[in-house]
Design a protein around this ligand. Sequence first.
Ligand code: NAD
Ligand code: TYD
Length: 348
Amino acid sequence: MNILVTGGSGFIGTNFIRYLLNTPAFTGQITNVDALTYAGNPENLSDMEKKFPGRYRFIKADICDQAAIEKIFDDHGIDTVCHFAAESHVDRSIVSPDAFIQTNIVGTFTLLETAKKRMDRIVRFHHISTDEVYGSLGDTGYFTEKTPYDPSSPYSASKASSDHLVRAYHRTYGLPVTISNCSNNYGPFQFPEKLIPLMILNALEGKPLPVYGDGGNVRDWLYVIDHCSAVWEILQRGKTGETYNIGGNCEMKNIELVEKICDIIDQKQVPGFNGSRRKLITLVKDRPGHDRRYAIDASKLKAELGWSPITPLDKGLYDTVSWYIDHRDWVNRVITGEYRSWIKRQYG
Ligand code: NAD
Ligand code: TYD
């Protein structure tokens, strides 16, 4: 495989590239194309460049730039696409949706067109999407691959749009696509605007922990490495034209999750705060259009490809808290924006 990974300098892309290069069954090459928005940090992979010379390369480019993308496909003989690049934060999409429309819809379209023109050598176009395209569940039930799309936010609407385009390129032109719709990920290298890293860092510093609404919204949490293993299975053995749901089998109310984070940090006896960090939890104004509950039925992936999540939440959460404690330097560079200066020096 000669894989183009888009958005490989973001949270999941970084973990995926690290996972793949360390998987013995993968003997191919990876070209990571990333525009390095605020969420992209190529420092995450600088050790991989040294450890796997000739098998991993980084190129700074925007997936909306057709000429640049076409050149990359041809220069590097791309035969497989694994498309992670996106604007990914719901709250940002509510305040300024423009970039979401550009990257998530126009960017995906640009990649599809480029791949379509090279149909003779593209063996797989895998599109990474989200369970948020299905909208909100009530107290019961699960999202299956057949659940109708009903997105609530500009983010999920833009991802839904990109999913439709990917499916259309299969039905109309025969592009060999697969799609995966995944639940909320957590783990190392996640930008500290998302719930789990934000709460970890605020709790470590004794700052308020802002939980939206009544804290009763439910998400189905998946450890990012489990997501990576699912994507790798789909890339190898997923059926062309198919969609696979990926979930953690791990529903939890936001408030309970934040309490767990507080308890882990208390147990680790991190200094700087007296008493239980649960005292920091603050209910704040709800997010507009806030979906109440997500829960994935991932039985298709289990039945067809034998994949299930293997990391229990308590372990994944403990390891994630430990990672943020042990990587203060990474955190400081991200929070202060120092990594942006490094990018400017490296890539202009
Ligand atoms: P992220 O925001 O951490 O990373 C996105 C990456 O895409 C960044 O490196 C950014 O620089 C890059 N990017 C943005 N615009 C670009 C452009 N125009 N051209 C090239 N690169 C660009 O996101 P993430 O959490 O790693 O999510 C990756 C994918 O997984 C997204 O498609 C997202 O919708 C999907 N997803 C995420 C989750 C989750 O919980 N994080 C869950 C389900 C699905
Ligand atoms: P988030 O990490 O933004 O992921 P998504 O919106 O894609 O599910 O949020 C996860 C959940 O946590 C969601 O229900 C919103 C909630 N949340 C808070 O309560 N407080 C926060 O500060 C953030 C960022 C999220």
